[in-house]
Design a protein around this ligand. Structure first.
Ligand code: NAD
Ligand code: DAU
Length: 348
């Protein structure tokens, strides 16, 4: 049995990756290491929490001694590293925690993995999950390819870029066997409602304003989270050592157009007259350093590993809305308490 560590497995993308691996690989033991910050939620994994090949460990990747001890105990053959502070707006408020978790936390994992396997890396793999934001902003044309120069603009993307560089450096310096992927914006069930799509779904349900930053003419490339989890599976198992793979939805939307589509679908699902939700759109102060456009060229992963998105945006968005409407308890749990404080600070 292989021992696989997935970090950040109680978060949005991590929980979908944990579920996929626990179900698909009964001969792996999956260890989910998560600190359960505001973004981590064990309710995301209720359906698999009692499975024999699954163990949850509450712990913090910022704590080097803890990470070292954990690797010594469990001898992880593979690591899929998703744990991170992931919200750009929070990074603007408090960059330091992004440095500690995203950079130092990643180095702690690399160090522990190196200490365990240095000299006998055969069959081992460290997979670092990164973001397209490290490439900075595109103008109105062009796509990010794997060799696009890094040019991060937010404390979040700068911290992710730095952690990517450390992963590569461990590969070059110590021959640590790594793969890396840089993905575009994910959406789908279980996303914490501070990010655009779940925030706006929740606000529409509650008839609250929809705060569109600036003029709304910012473009993102959206990918359904389960398609990302499948891409992670493919890269972990079949990706070439020391290679990077860009993962994207081939699905660009200007924020304002996406919000209008969301409003239309929500009106139908909530049985409200067409146009009701659109009236909630409110243009607010722009995000500082707001990247204009992200778009991924996913040709490499398609040609070399045979992965491509399987869910259309209309289907994925509809399934996402249905999930939030059917999981009002989940939504009310995560939006109580500290969520309210964050919301007041960010939007007042
Ligand atoms: P998320 O914020 O929903 O989840 C992050 C998880 O990490 C949470 O469960 C949290 O409790 C955990 N965590 C945070 N700090 C920790 C620490 N110090 N120790 C242990 N666990 C800790 O994030 P997400 O959206 O699921 O993103 C997961 C990864 O994918 C991140 O590395 C992110 O940079 C990357 N990514 C996200 C997107 C996206 O659109 N969401 C796109 C591309 C890449
Ligand atoms: O591109 C991948 C990245 O996508 C990931 O690395 C990040 O972890 C993830 O959070 C996401 O970053 P974004 O900043 O693109 O996502 P967010 O949902 O915060 O914002 C999407 C767009 O919507 C962005 O242009 C800002 C805008 N926006 C966002 C919020 C929260 C608004 O207009 N209003 C809002 O209230």
């Amino acid at each position: 049995m292989k021992h696989i560590l997935i970090t950040g497995g109680a978060g949005f993308i991590g929980s979908h990756v944990v579920r996929l691996f626990v179900n698909r690989y009964p001969h792996y033991h999956i260890y989910n290491l998560d600190a359960l910050t505001y973004a981590g939620n064990l309710e995301n994994l209720k359906d698999i929490e009692h499975r024999d090949n699954y163990t949850f460990i509450r712990g913090d990747i910022k704590d080097k001694a803890f990470v070292d001890a954990l690797f010594k105990t469990h001898h992880f053959d593979g690591v899929i590293h998703l744990a991170a502070e992931s919200h750009v707006d929070r990074s603007i408020e408090d960059p330091l925690i992004f440095v500690k978790t995203n950079i130092l936390g990643t180095i702690h994992l690399l160090e522990a993995f190196k200490a365990l396997w240095m000299g006998s890396f055969q069959g081992k793999r460290f997979y670092h999950i990164s973001t397209d934001e490290v490439y900075g902003s595109l103008g109105s044309t062009g796509l990010f390819i794997e060799t696009t120069a890094y040019d991060p603009n937010s404390p979040y993307s700068a911290s992710k870029a730095s952690s990517d560089h450390f992963v590569r450096a461990y590969g070059e310096t110590y021959e640590l066997p790594y793969v890396l992927s840089n993905c575009s914006n994910n959406y789908g069930p279980n996303q914490f409602p501070e990010k655009l799509i779940p925030l706006f779904i929740n606000n529409i349900i509650n008839n609250k304003p929809l705060p569109v930053y600036g003029d709304g003419n910012y473009t993102r490339d959206w990918l359904y989270v389960i398609d990302h989890a499948k891409a992670i599976d493919v890269v972990f198992h079949n990706g070439e050592n020391k290679e990077t793979y860009n993962i994207g939805g081939c699905n660009e939307w200007k924020n304002i157009e996406l919000v209008r589509l969301l409003c239309k679908q929500m009106d139908v699902k909530l049985g409200r007259p067409d146009g009701t939700s659109e009236k909630l759109i409110t243009f607010v102060k722009d995000r500082p350093g707001h990247d204009l456009r992200y778009a991924i060229d996913a040709t490499k992963i398609k040609n070399e590993l045979g992965w491509e998105p399987s869910v259309t945006f209309e289907e994925g968005l509809s399934e996402t809305i249905d999930w939030y409407l059917n999981n009002d308890l989940w939504l009310s749990h995560v939006t109580s308490g500290s969520y309210q404080d964050y919301y007041k600070k960010q939007y007042n």
